[in-house]
Write a new protein. Sequence first.
Lengths: 440, 440
Amino acid sequence: MRTQPLKVGVAGLGTVGAALVSQIADQRDALAARCGRHIDVVAVCARSRGKDRGLDLKKLKWFSDPVALARSPDIDMFVELIGGAGNPAKVAIEAALSSGKSVVTANKALLARHGLALAALAEKNKVALNFEAAVGGAIPIVKTLREGLAGNSIQRIYGILNGTCNYILTRMEQDKMSFADGLKEAQRLGYAEADPGFDIEGHDTAQKLALLASLAFGTRVDQSAVYVEGISSIAAADLTAADELGYRVKLLGVAVRTQKGIEQRVHPTMVRKDAAIAQVMGVTNAVTVDVAGIDPITLVGPGAGGAATASAVMSDIGDIARHGGAQTAPFGRPTGGLTTVRKAPMQRHEGGYYIRLVARDKPGTAATIAKRLAQQEISLESIVQRHGKDAGAAETSSGSVPVILITYATSEDAVRKALAAVGRDRVISGRPQVIRIEKN
Amino acid sequence: MRTQPLKVGVAGLGTVGAALVSQIADQRDALAARCGRHIDVVAVCARSRGKDRGLDLKKLKWFSDPVALARSPDIDMFVELIGGAGNPAKVAIEAALSSGKSVVTANKALLARHGLALAALAEKNKVALNFEAAVGGAIPIVKTLREGLAGNSIQRIYGILNGTCNYILTRMEQDKMSFADGLKEAQRLGYAEADPGFDIEGHDTAQKLALLASLAFGTRVDQSAVYVEGISSIAAADLTAADELGYRVKLLGVAVRTQKGIEQRVHPTMVRKDAAIAQVMGVTNAVTVDVAGIDPITLVGPGAGGAATASAVMSDIGDIARHGGAQTAPFGRPTGGLTTVRKAPMQRHEGGYYIRLVARDKPGTAATIAKRLAQQEISLESIVQRHGKDAGAAETSSGSVPVILITYATSEDAVRKALAAVGRDRVISGRPQVIRIEKN
């Protein structure tokens, strides 16, 4: 065993930071046995020194400035748990990397925006920039992509990356709740923020997906290349219809290799009930990787929470204790070899579609809808039209009837054109609901 | 990038070896980008040189003796894909380790028997002994335990580690097949050997569990410390009853930290349908890890097959290319720090039990059974007694009725004593079926 412990500085003592400091102390001997040297937190930085965090910080050096901690000769490596896509997190990480220190961060927002530049800085200084905790909490997906599947050609990666959205969709499905009530429940239980937009509009998922896509496909991480659509338009009627047709609705982040390049998208998705990812309920996260030539690999686990996130941070620190800084590139390959990815135009997306229309209940309506789809060469796998209360769609008024269509693979452009034509025909009321189907 | 490629020797060119040689060639540039140096297979060894494997072996040096390959200065590291718990695999690995070469192997049988001694030899020579492919095929469970969860206290690990058994149980459940018919189907599809005993009696699972337990709990790997019970006694009636009660039956390998030490066991297990592992069907494998303080982590994927196993071997080779040999101990900790584990006496096992009896259909039978259980202080969660054809148990003769009991947590000793007493009371016919319930 090396005689010198690895001296760690931690910036940010929220729930994750506090859990991390405790865990490193609690597991000190086990970690030393597993990593070949002791790991000690020696210095910390947070906004308020007096706050009770349930930790004994007396033996740790206190910094009020994260940049000063990052540069301090007291520490061998720097853990950034401040959060936020800009400063002070960014400047602190830059300071650590520039002074030759490896960095561990859970900051998906920062990496999704500045990951490429930070990775290049780590590379230049021959140190590590690890971020297992930035995606999927305690699920070891970053390590799996960066190391476990290094010899495989990945075709697609998709996941439930936001526990808030999955919790809301689960409650809507299981308890026949509206989206608004599902959100209220999530807020009541602390799973959703008071301002839930970042989660429910899909931006949190998009940041995580951009990181996964980079690791899986060697693309330059770029959140702006991700198509994003949230779950606020999903109705209880969609979940009921999905259930009857053998599907569930999940907010997925999907990155897939297509003939036109890497497509990155976040949107509500219909997945077959027997797919591993369809079984994932509540705040749990999951990621499935499709690898050429073998069956998919799915990783499931807690996506958030102090202890789960701290577990992933610990894993990253352990790798630095074992291997030092420079041996694995942050995004799996040297930054010079990463490729630029453009935002895939969704009108060129191809796949099956779920379409829910509220049709006027009069002769010829079904024929009109069918004609418009046929004109765009869209084939239907199923069409369900139901009368009466048991149709499950509270919003249908008298004289209207819900029609659910499932298409075979077609292009989004064709679907949009067909629905525009149906709209002009005045045989439906309201806006059609369209949900993409993801094959599993 | 280091200028020297990593020169690999591969012993064994069956489906895994052949897939590996192809994959390393196909992914050469991607691997170099991901591992920091090129990886080349330069020498191979197999029994028959002339056999058509769909590979161009002309540029590779041929060895007919794996030990000679293992010792050869032509190679930097050695991949053992010969298989078998003894020689030549064992002596070849020893030769490679002794001559300072890191080894990658998929040989669970050898490691379950001689893993400790081989790990000590690797440690002495400061080289790596990696075995991701020995458990769970392409699922990165070894890396997850050794590195990803290095900072966590693991409470329990359990998994579906044998695709043959899971395939048979899936067919029995979904198609109401007998065990014999399920086995025949598995054999017809190539999922089961002509001599299926090693799989269906649980020995394959036991070998894999012994490796997982060592990685999770720091025990000295010891297959003989695993309690083993196979699936051949499971009847279609059990799967039907399980289904009605909200359970599925899976052959699980379970290693758990108890107050009496680490308990390692392989047996048919009732798991609640909503558990992640209960969703795993067919030949797919899965492992769940219970970590202190956070929700469980489950990894699902292909557990066998040439390409899936080769993928795991590639992952191990990639780590050696990146980090050299010595930085991670084979079982996660230095062998001197591993603890001896004794075989847990199953009569002291505690948990819930499923019991299926064929009771004589006469007054007082239920009261007699209930009394015997009460005498052992066993509480019942449910008791189901059904008359007539729809009971689903083909083996009940006229005058008999199936009785299904689900107990709350109790000891195995109590269950055995109660059932022995019921037997003496002559109120049942045949042998009681007993299946342990695993809490999820």
